[in-house]
Design a protein around this ligand. Structure first.
Ligand code: ADP
Ligand code: MG
Length: 606
């Protein structure tokens, strides 16, 4: 029997290889633009027609090629970017595999025009399905123009596989963004079907982001910068309130190359964690500068995935850099003030002829309920019933919303100056606190709001000092062996949050103080719940002790839905919620409030 193995002819091998490199028009765009960048271009023009099906052309003013190179560049493994395997560890160029042009030329009709600065005339080559059709001298500018026509003309299966023009165009635009975003010193123009759609001057990173995403990003962006010996971080994050429903606006670059890293993305999202509503994702534009020797970009042919040696350190640096920015600019604080700018808790004017009845509750106007350091309980601690002082309580009557009694809660200067009128606060379904806003209705979910208040308090975000309630008689709590270890592990965090406990033997703890007035018989249950929550949070990979315990305590101590609240308790929640960093969402990412605007209301009466 004769031998059966054959070496595939080049054009077939190229076509097969092309499958990996050129999946769709957008991949050709990426490769061509990257080549232009590697060629040192300062201006790049991208021209496409029919979402790249009929034409993708990239024109650059880079170094150009000699006639020999112009021919060679279409060979497989033809590259000027590495000479030996070791070069891979110092690679700074976008490409290095020498596969792109060979692949593109295998599945399209390509016209290349190129000239170096030192040459009198340029070279023009036409190649089709890997076959050189024509080569001539030509007059052209210094630089290179590559026109890719009728992509997949010889692979109908792939051509049919392409999506609609609008989908393919989106992919191209995305590739363009990924490149143009980070190469800010290069000017770009992008024509789609003869229409100029992007014209980008050379500029800084901030300007490039706004040039691509719109001027309204100017206010959204906040710089992230950090420099350690492992990594230099530079970029921007968007304020949490502009988080998106998809991960579409997450741009991470490593040494100016767009890169996807689930791990690093997680570092950023973790930094945002308690600031974002559920199922929303922060927008960011961040470049990591890392010694190329510590990266392996060779892992995936289209190179958006990268492997790092100092992964864990970089993760930590990145996370804390983003956290720092979030803290430094108190991004979340701005939200609250934006939200309550229109907050005017004065009731609507009384109808004409209406005379308000005498208040039935006496008000001690000198009493300032916000001035002392108290646990932000929706009701104030037993030991210090300040609201009783405030309202001089003889008054279950005050729960009656018809009582047109108007208070102005005095606030100290650090607190937002909200004028609260009790007549405009109502509890609905024992769950929602509804208040009159100048511009409509404010509806607050009592439990979620109180969770947010307590969470920020136990995280130490509020100015209030964390109060510990000394127990009259110490309470013994006992745990299973594993749970006892957990209590020991988080005991310092528990102490920071107001518990005082001493270990008595292996599984028994004596509690002498609790964060807030807890009934003695609740303490064991609460601690069990905290341990359970902590165990659950351990399942999540990137666990933060303090955050997890604060979330747990907030969840366990918050006033529950279904509980009837008094006027002052509701007032308390509103006032404390609006002095939170992020009043809009609970620590579990759930909405705490919603506003029904005037026009929405009038809509309902149509
Ligand atoms: P790679 O970029 O991996 O080296 P390519 O197939 O993309 O492989 O390109 C092959 C070679 O052709 C490059 O190494 C480069 O020398 C040359 N080349 C490609 N495009 C350009 C361009 N726009 N300007 C100058 N040289 C280019
Ligand atoms: Mg290349």
């Amino acid at each position: 029997m004769s031998d059966i193995i054959q070496i595939l002819p080049d054009h077939i091998a190229n076509q097969i290889a092309a499958g990996e490199v050129v999946q769709r028009p957008a991949s050709a765009v990426k490769e061509l633009v990257e080549n232009a960048i590697d060629a040192g271009a300062t201006h790049i023009q991208l021209i496409i027609k029919d979402a790249g099906r009929t034409l993708i052309q990239v024109i650059d003013n880079g170094c150009g090629m000699s006639t020999t190179d112009a021919r060679l560049c279409f060979e497989r493994h033809a590259t000027s970017k590495i000479r030996q395997a070791n070069d891979l560890f110092t690679i700074r160029t976008m490409g290095f595999r020498g596969e792109a042009l060979a692949s593109i030329a295998a599945v399209a009709q390509v016209e290349l025009k190129t000239k170096r600065d030192t040459d009198e005339v340029g070279t023009c080559i036409n190649i089709e399905g890997s076959e050189i059709k024509d080569q001539q001298q030509c007059a052209c500018q210094t630089g290179t123009s590559i026109a890719v026509k009728n992509l997949f003309f010889n692979v109908p299966a792939r051509r049919n596989f392409l999506k609609t023009n609008s989908v393919e165009f989106k992919h191209i635009e995305e590739e363009f963004f990924r490149t143009a975003l980070i190469h800010t010193n290069i000017s770009f123009t992008f024509y789609n079907n003869d229409k100029l759609i992007y014209q980008l001057q050379s500029c800084n990173f901030h300007q490039r982001i706004t040039a691509l995403f719109g001027n309204n990003y100017k206010e959204r962006l906040h710089p992230v910068e950090e420099s350690t010996k492992e990594v230099k971080i530079k970029g921007y994050i968007c304020k949490p309130e502009f988080a998106k429903k998809t991960r579409g606006e997450q741009y991470m670059f490593v040494n100016n190359r767009f890169c996807k890293s689930f791990y690093f993305n997680n570092a950023i999202e973790k930094a945002f964690s308690d600031l974002l509503p559920e199922k929303t994702y922060p927008s960011y534009f961040i470049n990591l500068e890392i010694d190329p020797a510590l990266i392996d970009v060779n892992i995936h042919p289209t190179k958006t995935e990268v492997k790092f040696i100092d992964e864990v350190i970089i993760y930590a640096v990145l996370r804390s850099a983003v956290k720092k920015t979030l803290g430094q600019y108190s991004l979340s604080t701005e939200i609250e003030f934006n939200t309550i700018e229109g907050l005017d808790l004065n009731p609507a004017p009384a109808p004409r002829g209406y005379i308000a009845p005498e208040p039935t509750v006496k008000v001690n106007t000198n009493y300032n309920p916000f001035s002392s350091n108290n646990t932000p309980s929706y009701r104030e601690p037993k030991s210090n019933r300040q609201w009783e002082n405030f309202f001089d309580i003889s008054n279950e009557t005050i729960e009656d919303p018809k009582q047109e009694t108007l208070f102005e809660a005095e606030t100290n200067t650090e607190e937002p100056n909200i004028e609260i009128s009790t007549s405009s606060v109502v509890q609905v379904l024992n769950q929602y606190i509804v208040s009159n806003l100048g511009s409509g209705l404010l509806i607050i979910d009592q439990q979620r709001a109180h969770e947010r208040i307590l969470y920020e308090y136990y995280m130490g975000h509020t100015a209030k000092e964390i109060v510990s309630q000394q127990l009259m008689f110490p309470v013994q709590c006992s745990f299973g062996a594993a749970d006892a270890e957990i209590i020991a592990e988080i005991s310092n965090v528990l102490e920071e949050m107001g518990f005082r406990l001493n270990r008595l033997g292996n599984t028994v703890f004596v509690v002498t103080a609790t964060p807030t007035d807890m009934n003695d018989d609740e303490i064991q249950t609460k601690l069990n719940e905290i341990v359970d929550d902590y165990k659950n949070s351990l399942m999540q990979k990137f666990n933060d002790k303090q955050q997890s315990v604060a979330m747990s305590i907030a969840k366990r101590l918050a006033v529950k839905n279904g509980k009837k609240l008094k006027q002052e308790e509701m007032q308390n929640i509103i006032a404390q919620l609006f002095s939170c960093r992020l009043p809009n969402v609970s620590p579990f990412g759930k909405k705490t409030m919603t506003i029904m605007k005037e026009n929405e209301l009038s809509e309902k009466f149509k």
